[in-house]
Design a protein around this ligand. Structure first.
Ligand code: GAP
Length: 461
């Protein structure tokens, strides 16, 4: 089924996944707020990410570092010098564009085809057909000021990635955890980039979250860095298949050709997704050699070498860095979950199109909804305590207004795997009806067994 971005954006707003940012003031271009349902979905994706990549492994530790860092960090990482995109401006309408995006429009691979004609030579303004300026570098880092004076000595930057926090704490983490290599340090956090052309909903924004880790290795260990890189590629494949349950046909594993690699990388794979607006990057994995630690050693003057406790060998660890855009993962989870299907209505023989978000159960924002058939007190006397009991273990919604059909549709649209309906028979048989989101099959379950029934349905609920 061809997924339609307009439908996803409209559902996201209607059901509280994602709202346009600052909406009552006319919005702020390309900023988005996660609503109650979107927040829960994002939390579940992050929780699953921590569990899969960090907590279930003996070789990973978490960290949570500051957004504002000493500007020397960005000198060491070369963000101050090189973290820029080429910007072109239309001489007529003054709209601004990323040069690589315009190159893409003439069939060049975005970002890589340095040999292809410059946009100014070949391409006109896509909005008005006007001539374009020559490309100039535009640094994407947001600048701000520390303290009360706006002089250059107090300039700081909002971090454009979380990696810097892991590198500057490498020695601290080694000391306190007393771990040996290989060791990964992982972090999820907000990042900021003053993108020239944000857009496509939450795909490219100026404020977003990254989950990434720096996996420190001895590149001369058995199998070398190549073996570790393959191990992480396999883990990433498992993540998309088993946890995010993404259709493998929608992922593209793009091996960056050698002549297009960043100067510090010996291998990079971009994991791309077939979005409705084209095949574009979802996230990536790069072997960054010892570039980062050697740069931080040079700029900070500190010794960041590691001494192997068994062999006494002293070396600068190399790094493999898998990076995930949390917002892009959430966008992909919306696209993968979205479905439309014909479903019977209350009228005999009639059907209607139901929209259903078939999230993997463990990622579903709401796990169960308790829905008394009417607002009558005799039913809420059963429904309210049942919801309170279930809330100790699950994320539960309680809704007693509107027709049951409309309430099922709402729960389908936010992807609730189980609806628990309390009806007048419940007063007699002490049972409720549990409806499965995907099959719409209904089962009668004893009220006191609903918790155990649901526990069996969720992994590690
Ligand atoms: N430390 C490596 C690094 O930051 P990156 O490819 O620049 O790598 C990592 O960014 C991931 O962050 C991307 O693969 C993408 O998922 C996400 N990302 C990057 N820019 C973004 C933006 N403007 N809006 C939303 N997500 C973005």
């Amino acid at each position: 089924m061809q997924k339609d971005m307009d439908k996803i954006v409209s559902l996201a707003k209607r059901r509280g996944f994602v709202f346009p940012g600052s909406e009552i003031y006319g919005g702020l271009a390309n900023s988005w707020d996660y609503g109650p349902i979107g927040h829960l979905l994002k939390q579940n994706i992050k929780k699953a990410w921590w569990k899969f990549f960090v907590l279930e492994r003996p070789d990973m530790v978490p960290i949570d570092t500051a957004i504002l860092m000493n500007p020397k960090v960005w000198e060491a990482s070369e963000h101050l010098q090189n973290f820029s995109d080429e910007l072109v401006e239309c001489k007529k309408c003054h709209h601004r564009f990323r040069a690589d995006h315009l190159l893409e429009a003439v069939g060049a691979r975005p970002g890589y085809d340095k040999e292809k004609p410059r946009p100014a030579d070949k391409v006109r303004c896509p909005d008005c057909g006007g001539a374009l300026t020559a490309p100039r570098n535009f640094n994407l880092m947001f600048k701000t000021y520390l303290g009360t004076t706006e002089d250059t000595s107090s300039v700081v930057y909002l971090r454009p990635e979380t990696a810097g926090g892991m590198f500057v704490n490498f020695k601290n983490v080694l000391n306190v955890t007393r771990r040996r290599l290989p060791l990964g340090i992982a972090q999820i956090g907000k990042c900021f980039r003053n993108e020239i052309t944000p857009g496509n909903f939450i795909f490219r924004t100026r404020e977003f979250e990254i989950g990434e880790f720096e996996y420190f290795i001895n590149p001369d260990s058995a199998g070398g860095w190549e073996k570790t890189f393959e191990m992480w590629l396999a883990e990433i494949r498992r993540w998309w298949k088993d946890v995010m349950r993404v259709d493998a046909d929608n992922l593209v594993w793009h091996e960056i050709p050698k002549n297009e690699l960043a100067h510090y990388s010996k291998r990079t794979v971009d994991i791309e997704y077939k979005y409705p607006f084209g095949v574009k990057e979802l996230h990536g994995i790069a072997y960054r050699t010892d570039f980062d630690l050697s740069r931080h050693e040079k700029i900070s003057g500190q010794d960041l070498h590691y001494t192997d406790p068994d062999t006494g060998e002293k070396f600068l660890p190399h790094v493999i860095e898998p990076t995930f855009g949390i917002d892009r993962m959430l966008l992909v989870s919306l696209l993968e979950a979205y479905g439309e299907e014909e479903a019977p209505t209350a009228e005999k023989g009639e059907t209607e199109t139901r929209v259903v978000m078939k999230f993997p159960k463990n990622l579903a924002p709401i796990q169960a909804a308790v829905l008394p058939l009417s607002k009558k007190e005799e039913l809420s006397k059963i429904g309210l305590p049942l919801a309170a009991e279930l809330r100790k273990k699950f994320i539960v919604d309680y809704d007693e207004t509107q027709s049951i059909g409309k309430r099922y549709r709402r729960q389908d649209e936010i992807g609730t795997p189980y609806c628990v309906t309390v009806d007048f028979d419940s007063l007699e048989d002490k049972k409720v009806t549990v409806r499965d989101r995907d099959s719409m099959r209904q089962e009668r379950i004893a009220i006191k067994e609903v918790g155990d029934y649901l526990s069996e349905k969720f992994d590690h609920a």
